[in-house]
Design a protein around this ligand. Structure first.
Ligand code: UT7
Length: 366
């Protein structure tokens, strides 16, 4: 059974029905398995979309707000500009706009969506979930929905969860969205952090197929709670509730230990991509593109160098967005698809690292 609507993919021009190429070196045993058996169903990405607020903030504009320069930001991070939400633009709004594009490309009615996961650390409100607002906006009445708080790794964690539900036969489709309004929790007086972050959203539709397409072939997720202080925003949870005055008013903003994050990120990205390649029996030639969380161009380039990846297999678009946490991987993925950098049948690796600490990756035959 194949529930995918067989429209032509607007970005790739390839029908979803078209059989995708197989990679003989990737055996079934190397795919994720259920009780040691290869899955009958596969979770295939059938649509993607992204959305960024219209308003932007350039490095030059930032240099008028804090003691920094375009030259420092560009050479240390690769960022040139970031998108900033207006007061009226919320996380659910960005998420919904990205989701509409992904659903249109997949030719899937919102009313038929079974699961919506919104990966975010800047939710609409404490509760209900951002996903509840997205469900409401899309009129996706059939779906069960929740938010996923794994910071920058949220989107790859979300794909991994949907992979399990689809491969087990529990659901036929899902919408996974990464959406953030980080500029609403940015300390605009702290030059070490305010230069880094931006707002945006990206979404994919995953559908169950039982044909030759592999879709998500392998996912891996890891965490290290001992390092929670490296990246955090401490108010207003149960530790620092809103009704109590904060001894340190800075706790309402994101705080980062940049150097620690920098070193950990390179180490974990290299480890995780190596694990993916070993697990799936892939060589560098088999991989079309590594799409990393966009946290700093230098981090991605250092990791790529250690993995011996040539420049053309590493996608970087941080110059246009800054770090958008859970939204960065799906925004980058959507750009790769819409610009033809990745095509149906290509094998790609999505990899992310962020607060928690958390990290993870998905190997996908697109
Ligand atoms: O997705 C995960 C979240 N992302 C992160 O947590 C970011 C990871 N870390 C990084 O990307 C980098 O560590 C940063 C971009 C944050 C900082 O780059 P760095 O090369 O690690 O710089 P640094 O922190 O070692 O600072 C070097 C110098 C310092 O001056 P001194 O002490 O050498 O005189 C800083 O005060 O650069 C100074 N500096 C700045 N100068 C101009 C720090 N921020 C700025 C700034 N403009 N915006």
């Amino acid at each position: 059974m194949n529930p995918v609507r067989h429209s032509e993919n607007k970005k790739t021009g390839i029908s979803h029905k078209e059989k995708l190429c197989q990679y003989p070196h990737v055996s079934n045993e190397m795919n994720n398995s259920i009780n040691g058996r290869a899955p009958t169903y596969h979770a295939v990405i059938t649509g993607c979309g992204s959305f960024a607020p219209a308003k932007t903030l350039t490095n030059e504009e930032l240099a008028k707000m804090v003691d920094t320069s375009d030259e420092w930001i560009t050479t240390r991070t690769g960022i040139k500009v970031r998108h900033i939400t207006a007061d009226s633009e919320t996380t659910a709004f960005l998420a919904t706009e990205a989701a509409k594009k992904a659903l249109a490309e997949a030719n899937l009615d919102a009313a038929d969506v079974e699961l919506i996961i919104v990966a975010t650390i800047t939710p609409e409100m404490v509760f209900p979930s951002t996903a509840s607002f997205v469900q409401r906006a899309l009129r996706a009445k059939k779906a069960w929905v929740f938010d996923l708080a794994a910071a920058c790794s949220g989107f790859v964690y979300g794909l991994s969860i949907v992979q399990q539900f689809i491969e087990s036969g529990r659901i036929e489709n899902a919408l996974v969205i990464g959406a953030e309004t980080l500029t609403k929790i940015t300390d605009w007086t702290d030059r070490r952090s305010c230069i880094l972050f931006g707002d945006g959203a990206g979404a994919v539709v995953l559908e169950r197929v039982d044909d030759q397409r592999k879709g998500i072939m392998y996912s891996t997720m890891s965490s290290d709670g001992d390092r929670w202080e490296a990246l955090n925003c401490q108010a207003y949870g149960s530790r620092y509730p809103a009704h109590k005055e904060l001894a340190d008013p800075k706790k309402i903003y994101m705080q980062i230990k940049g150097r620690e994050v920098y070193q950990q990120a390179i180490r974990r990205i290299v480890e995780t991509v190596t694990d993916c390649m070993n697990h799936c029996g892939l060589g560098l030639d088999d991989i079309k593109m590594i799409i990393s969380h966009q946290m700093n161009a230098r981090i991605i380039e250092s990791a790529a160098k250690r993995l011996n990846l040539p420049d053309e297999k590493v996608f970087i678009n941080i110059s246009e967005y800054g770090n958008t946490s859970a939204a960065s991987v799906p925004i980058a993925f959507d750009e790769c698809v819409s610009t033809g950098k990745i095509k149906r049948g290509d094998i790609i690796i999505l990899v992310a690292f962020g607060a928690g600490l958390t990290w993870g990756a998905n190997v996908i035959e697109f």
